[in-house]
Write a protein that binds this ligand. Sequence first.
Ligand SMILES: [Zn+2]
Length: 268
Amino acid sequence: MLTKNRDNKKTALAVVAHPDDVEFICAGTLALLKEKGWNIELATMTAGDCGSRECSSEEISKIRKNEAAKAAKLIDAGYHCLECKDIFLMYDEPSLIKIISLIRKTKPTLVLTMSPSCYMVDHETTSRLVQTACFAAGIVNIEIENSVPYFFIPYLYYLDPMEGKDKFGEDIYASTIVDISTVMDIKEKMLKCHKSQRDWLSAHHGIDKYVQTMKKLSEKRGSEISAKYAEGFRQHLGHSYPQENILKQELSDLVVVKNNKVSNSKKI
Ligand SMILES: [Zn+2]
């Protein structure tokens, strides 16, 4: 039986590294779950404090948290910032406590997080932190003030890495691909809320086509399932985590499940 939150709705929690990661990679799937009546919660490990050449870290953090909250509102989602620092995100006790507390508070059925292999260590560290926090939220001996154990390991999925490739440039396969064509307009609107990043990426990465970059990855996954736009996921199927494909169960015809044993794709 699936765990539901206080309002008797199933909850999907996305924990990503930075403001705009959700909007680049998984906002379409979250919008579809919202349409199905799910409660959606979005969390970023940092406030994106290094994402500016003009503003101080305090100034840009404030701007980016507002942008993230505005984007979340478009799918009626809650937004949480765990207040870690860009670049200095650590796999350590304080970071784990923050995520465990969030899981205990939001009681997710489903958790989405960053790819374990990606171009940026903040992304990879978030992935490891969330994997552990999902497992640890129900451990009673982890005592946290104002927090009670959550006795359910959520379904856990990893998002596509940026551009669908790992740090060696090799394609990462997706085992669950969701057709998001009908909600691309919402995904695009959410990404456009991150105005400060659109400007900064243009200066720092030479990417002045913010929205086009997001659409390109969505088109790449879409081409694998004959859809205009799609998002890819890999499910955590290690010991003790739920094994059923809840995305397939919930979004049925919009989801194509692929064989994990794709010989010419990288799997780490
Ligand atoms: Zn990021």
